[in-house]
Write a protein that binds this ligand. Structure first.
Ligand SMILES: O=c1ccn([C@@H]2O[C@H](COP(=O)(O)O)[C@@H](O)[C@H]2O)c(=O)[nH]1
Length: 232
């Protein structure tokens, strides 16, 4: 399976279908808030019918009972990955897994991963706005260990933390890393960024790439170049 997950940050079905029609092979895609709030979970069905793999990035973060109920209803959509915010705590993450297990009709639940610190968060913002002292890496490792204790399958983190997470939580614990930029790209709103080549070097399991591919003059070519780097 592809190591590059393409973020479908579009607001209409037409844009998604036109974008995906350019590819002659199944792509691993990410459906997040923008698309879901515009088109509903119906988009999961549309994209699945086109043959693609899906990371449903809704980042659940609520009291355990609510997250459990939410996950129960996401369990049978046929997506490969769902996620929560690790900041919701261990009880909430355990509830997410319980909900998925309860909801999965065939006994096979999607993988569930936890967002550690958003890749758009800098050390300064984490310290001064979120009120979490210290280095980002320490918070990310703590959250990753919590996620593992809760039974999650991995985490979302930046490339810069992936190696330390594998050391702390094991090589089988998934690291899914957004904040990917080509050397010539602008960082936009992202803070903890890295190139696909550095992600490969750091042992990231998957990279998540949005604008570098979707806004490229030739999205398929850019995707193929990035995926070739990741699959070397
Ligand atoms: O920490 C996180 C968690 C999720 N994302 C998501 O990944 C893509 C990145 O898009 P780019 O255009 O490549 O910046 C986007 O859908 C985010 O919601 C993240 O960036 N960081």
């Amino acid at each position: 399976m592809s190591k590059t997950i393409v973020a479908l940050d579009f607001s209409s079905k037409e844009e998604v279908v036109d974008f995906l029609k350019q590819f002659d092979e199944p792509v691993y895609v990410k459906i997040g808030m923008e698309l879901t709030y515009a088109c509903g979970l119906e988009m999961v069905k549309t994209v699945k019918e086109m043959g693609h793999h899906i990371f449903l990035d809704l980042k659940l973060h609520d009291i355990p009972n609510t997250v459990k109920g939410g996950m129960k209803n996401l369990a049978n959509l046929g997506v490969d990955i769902v996620n929560v915010h690790c900041a919701g705590g261990i009880a909430m993450m355990k509830a997410a897994i319980d909900g998925l297990n309860e909801g999965a009709k065939d006994g096979k639940r999607p993988m569930c991963i936890g967002v550690t610190q958003l890749t758009s968060t800098s050390k300064e913002a984490m310290n001064n706005e979120l009120g979490i002292p210290g280095e980002v890496i320490d918070c990310v490792i703590k959250y990753a260990k919590n996620a593992k204790e809760a039974g999650l399958d991995g985490v979302v983190c930046s490339v810069h933390e992936a190696k330390a997470i594998h050391e702390a939580c094991g090589e089988d614990f998934l690291t899914v890393t957004p904040g990917i930029r080509l050397a010539s790209d602008s960082k936009d709103d992202q803070k903890r960024v890295a190139t696909p080549a550095f992600a490969k070097e750091q042992g990231c399991d998957y990279i998540v790439v949005g604008r570098s591919i979707t806004k490229s003059a030739n999205p398929v070519e850019t995707y193929k170049e990035i995926e070739a780097t990741m699959s070397k």
